[in-house]
Every structure is written in structure tokens, then in C-alpha cells.
Design a protein around this ligand. Sequence first.
Ligand SMILES: Cc1cc2nc3c(=O)[nH]c(=O)nc-3n(C[C@H](O)[C@H](O)[C@H](O)COP(=O)(O)OP(=O)(O)OC[C@H]3O[C@@H](n4cnc5c(N)ncnc54)[C@H](O)[C@@H]3O)c2cc1C
Length: 292
Amino acid sequence: MKPAPFDYHRPQTVPDALVLLNRFGDEAKLLAGGQSLVPMLNLRVARSPHLIDINDLSEIEAIGISPDTIEIGSLARHHRLATDPRIAEACPILSAAAATIGHYAIRQRGTLGGSLSHADPAAQLPLIATLLNASIRIGNHAGDRDVAARDFFVSSLITALDPSDMVTAVRFPTLAPSCGWGLEIFSQRHGDFAIVSAAATLQLAADGTVARVALALGGVATTPISMDAITAGFAGHLPEAAWCADVGAAVGASITPEDDSRIPATYRKELAGTLTARALMTAAQRARRTSP
Ligand SMILES: Cc1cc2nc3c(=O)[nH]c(=O)nc-3n(C[C@H](O)[C@H](O)[C@H](O)COP(=O)(O)OP(=O)(O)OC[C@H]3O[C@@H](n4cnc5c(N)ncnc54)[C@H](O)[C@@H]3O)c2cc1C
């Protein structure tokens, strides 16, 4: 298992990296944590005559937190997302999701930007970016732009990135302390990619009914998908077990996953409904504990 030969570049600044990307275009790949790219190169399912290693770009490692937003440099590792107490306080569902990625060694190397750019439809960080509709900052030698997560993921392993683009930062909204959240990840073995995952946030009104609910699912389509159009119709009720089950049933009925060699579509639909109900139960419990 050895990759095809490539030229190795190690720029020291983001502008230098963008110049290289622009020069080599389709012939180049960025190397961040290498946790997805290196196995693909080794197996020769990906080939790239030029590898641009971005690990010296300390300018895209920073984490900045304001009352409304957490801005995280794309080179921040999963382990840091999982363990930074400021993220745990400002957006706990993001920390919780990062902590479940693969195994410790993978979390030490894998990066936020790499995970979003790789765009595995079952991956945790694309799921949370979709749930919260994070804003993805894309650097290009011709200028930067911001893309909403819900427009960024195009299909399985395909994003809105052009060959000369690099994700430089991601802005997630912070969660109000009274906002409950739930995250359910079902995989065959510990550390495996999820078969289906469900992530929810839930805010209660003063009378204990649901004021706002957001939900996203992973592993049921070619990208993570927001279920907000469905869940919005369920606001205004007390988030009891029956309500959670009803939302879960509506969500399960609304999706059309495909059969694959391991998992029949009907199994994924049922699982999506069950995980949705569980994620909402947990979100409601958390919201009740912290609501004023
Ligand atoms: C055994 C194993 C189990 C895993 N389990 C899980 C799991 O359960 N859940 C999960 O979510 N992930 C899992 N992963 C994947 C892991 O999260 C990877 O770290 C992640 O998918 C890619 O991040 P990376 O930084 O390693 O990117 P790389 O592997 O370095 O790059 C991946 C792709 O993104 C591109 N890229 C990298 N950085 C940027 C950037 N800043 N801008 C534009 N393009 C960029 C690269 O060119 C490449 O095409 C697993 C990996 C392994 C090996």
C-alpha cells in the first residue's frame, strides 16, 4: 500500500498555500490531518501529483469566541474541539460530536477543515455544521468568500469547493445556555462511522412548550440533511415522549435512503426515526434543566 509518486510542498503562510493551489489546480491536494487522504492515496483510490501540506499554517489554528459565534480555524484538530472548555460551554453539541470521531489517534490528527472538505455524509462535523448552518470561510488567491454549510455539501465526498479553494475557518453560532441539545450516533462498532446519526437543538417557551427545534440527520442521504422544515411543524407542544416519537415517525417517513450492501434502506429509515426521538428526548431534558 504505497501512494503513486507526488511532489511535496510545505507552504509557511496561507497566501503561499493559495498560490500553490492556484498554480497546480486539479493536480494538487491539501494535506491536513491525512486521516482520510493518506489511506485513499495509499489505496490509490485518489492520486495527486502535488501534495500541499498545510500543517505549518498556524494562522488557521486559532479558536475565537464571541457572544454569538465561535470561529474556529480549519486546522483545529478534532481533539481540540472535543476538549476546549470554551467550546464545551459555548456550543456543547460541537464538543460532544468531536469527541465521538473515530479513535483517539484519529482525533489527534484529523482537522475540522479536513472533515468538512472530505464531506463524508456520515461524518460528525458535517452533521453539526448542517444542524447549526455554520458559515464556512473559503480562501482563494482571488479573494475569500463565505458559504453556508447547507450549500457547501453537494453530494457524497463532493463540496462547493473549487480546486484552488481552501477552507480557512468555520463560524458556528453559539447555543444559548437554555438551549437543550441531543446527539445520537449509531454505529456497528465503537469508533466506526455512523450508520445513522441525529443531532437536535431545542428551545422551550415560558409555558414549557417547544418554541424552536432544529434537527439534522447523517448517513441517510448523500449529504447530511436538515430536517427543520419537518420539525418546525411540531413546535408549540410539550416535548413529552409521545411528541418525540411523533416527530421521529414523521422524520423517518420523510427520508428516502438507499439500500447498500450492508444496510437495507428500511433499516435506516426506522433507525432515523428512533434516533430522532432519542435526540429530542435528551434535548428536551437538557432544556428543562436550564430554562429560566
Ligand atoms: C479509522 C478511521 C476512522 C474514522 N472515523 C471517523 C468517524 O467516526 N467520524 C468522522 O467524522 N470521521 C472519521 N474519520 C475521518 C477523520 O475525521 C478525518 O480526520 C477527516 O475525515 C479528514 O480530516 P483530515 O484533517 O484528516 O483531512 P485529510 O485527510 O488531510 O484531507 C481530507 C480531504 O480534505 C481536503 N482538505 C483538507 N483540509 C482542507 C482544507 N482546509 N480546505 C480544503 N480542503 C481540505 C484534502 O485535500 C482531502 O481531499 C475516520 C478516519 C479513520 C482513518
